[in-house]
Design a protein around this ligand. Structure first.
Ligand SMILES: [Zn+2]
Length: 79
């Protein structure tokens, strides 16, 4: 079973100012922005598309993200 519905994935974009497309990371159960590399958890097939809930990938680039600093501070860093 796919992480999320393919039709749903098609219409979703990253909430970062670039609204970039998302790729599916099945292993991490996340959608990942192809521009800023933020990850968004998927719970029961529902992606949590909020910058405040985003998970920064190891290759997250704050400058590329372009989100306000307050939002970036809330982004969770990988452990
Ligand atoms: Zn993004």
């Amino acid at each position: 079973m796919p992480l999320i519905d393919a039709e749903l994935q098609k219409i979703l974009v990253c909430p970062c100012p670039h609204h970039a497309e998302l790729s599916v990371d099945e292993e991490a159960a996340q959608l990942r922005c192809e521009h800023c590399h933020l990850g968004f958890a998927v719970r029961d097939g529902i992606p949590i598309m909020m910058l405040e809930e985003a998970i920064a990938g190891s290759d997250f680039e704050a400058e590329k993200c372009g989100a306000p600093e307050a939002v970036q501070a809330a982004v969770r860093k990988p452990e």
